[in-house]
Design a protein around this ligand. Structure first.
Ligand code: ADP
Length: 187
């Protein structure tokens, strides 16, 4: 059976990744898997996973690889994804998660990983402007530092597999979306 595309979107906090991911999913009919949304839903529902994840997320730390791999692996087994394809948003986030993804996909992908590139100074300003309670300058700096530390090796991981594309994330929502659509259409 023909399978749908397996896409990954990467980008700093405040890069507009979630917004663009939703637009891409709608345009291309792929299933949007946002691990942040899944975890927040679990927290809101008060499930066992949610209770465990809440403290970790509040501290700005990463939920454990085993838990994340379990959640995403289960979701990826769905027939809707095999047929329609998927856009992964928030996963993989570490090289251990990327290795697990490769295993889950049995060497079938991902077909494309786009890094939505917005400089650190710009995302800091955007997060300060949105004025969320947890968006203090110090907390933002800490989250971005963590992102930098774990993402650089992840970019190398996708680069080695020849599926990494860098897309300029500066500009209007529409301009950025058009760039992303171009990268996806070239598949
Ligand atoms: P952000 O881009 O601001 O980090 P997300 O919505 O992607 O927001 O994720 C929110 C939180 O959920 C993260 O700070 C982290 O604690 C947790 N999380 C999401 N995805 C993963 C993942 N793949 N591995 C570990 N933790 C994750």
């Amino acid at each position: 059976m023909e399978r749908g595309p397996i896409l990954v979107i990467l980008g700093r906090q405040g890069s507009g990744k979630g917004t663009q991911a939703a637009l891409i999913a709608r345009r291309y009919g792929v299933v949007h898997i946002s691990t942040g949304d899944m975890l927040r839903a679990a927290v809101a529902a008060g499930t066992e996973l949610g209770q465990r994840a809440k403290a970790v997320m509040d501290a700005g730390d990463l939920v454990g690889d085993d838990i994340m791999i379990g959640i995403v692996g289960e979701r990826l087994a769905g027939d809707d994804i095999r047929v329609g394809g998927v856009l992964l948003d928030g996963f993989p986030r570490t090289t251990a998660q990327a290795d697990a993804l490769a295993e889950i996909l049995e060497g079938e992908g991902p077909d494309l990983a786009v890094n939505l590139d917005v400089p650190q100074g710009e995302v800091t300003q955007r997060m300060l402007d949105r004025g969320r309670a947890d968006d203090t300058e110090e907390a933002i700096a800490r989250r971005l530092e963590l992102y930098e530390a774990e993402t650089a090796p992840l970019l190398a991981w996708f680069e080695e597999r020849g599926c990494l594309r860098v897309v300029d994330g500066m500009g209007s929502e529409e301009e950025v979306f058009n760039r992303l659509a171009q990268a996806i259409s070239s598949l």
